[in-house]
Ligand binder design. Structure first.
Ligand SMILES: C[S@@+](CC[C@H](N)C(=O)[O-])C[C@H]1O[C@@H](n2cnc3c(N)ncnc32)[C@H](O)[C@@H]1O
Length: 188
């Protein structure tokens, strides 16, 4: 039993390690041909920022902002920006389900989410916000797993699925239907 004073177990804290090894080349390769050196990019649910930092290197005349609800990840991102000497990379603690609404419309050339929307109880409203804050002609990218549909499975995937089931508030198969949500958010 947990009490109000004990920190709640959190899916993302339990799965911290794999996030730090992700790269733009391996996890956002589809976006790379579209990135221009002066682009402004928002990375929502950026985790500890390894993909975010790679994106910042691709926009030397632009900037990248990473937002995450977990302050430990934001701290790790700030340390990574310092370590890699990236002065165009910024991190903020924030809840994307509420805080995107505070961003001016048409602010970013690219709004990126990697394995985030599948954790949200209402991904449609976040996708609508992602669309609103992207510039006309800008890009929105969301990559999401479809747990239970990964075949063949392996012990690592089964363990991730079990942890997800226990702790996440989203839809574990969101990756299978995200295109339908995108249509509902106004994308054609
Ligand atoms: C599976 S991790 C992906 C992290 C990173 N995008 C990556 O691929 O390495 C999901 C991330 O979303 C963040 N997250 C979950 N719900 C959030 C919310 N409501 N607002 C902001 N970040 C959130 C978690 O803290 C976590 O860092």
């Amino acid at each position: 039993m947990t009490t109000a004073t004990e920190p709640q177990p959190h899916y993302h804290a339990l799965n911290k390690t794999p996030f730090t090894t992700r790269t733009a080349q391996s996890n956002a390769r589809h976006l790379l041909p579209y990135i221009q050196p002066n682009h402004r990019i928002l990375d929502i649910g950026c985790g500890p920022g390894s993909i975010t930092a790679d994106l910042a290197e691709l926009v030397p005349q632009g900037e990248v902002v990473g937002i995450d609800i977990n302050p430990d990840f934001v701290e790790a991102g700030i340390a990574l920006a310092k370590e890699r000497g990236l002065q165009n990379l910024f991190f903020r603690v924030g809840d994307v389900t509420t805080d995107l609404a505070n961003i001016e419309p048409s602010t970013f050339d690219i709004v990126h989410a990697h394995q985030v929307l599948l954790h949200l109880p209402d991904p449609l409203s976040t996708m609508q916000q992602m669309r609103r804050i992207a510039k006309p002609g800008g890009l929105i990218s969301s990559v999401d797993s479809a747990f239970k549909l990964i075949i063949p499975s392996n012990p690592g995937i089964l363990s991730s699925e079990a942890t997800y089931e226990k702790l996440s508030k989203g839809n574990p198969t969101f990756g299978q239907t995200s295109h339908i949500t995108a249509h509902a958010a106004g994308f054609s």
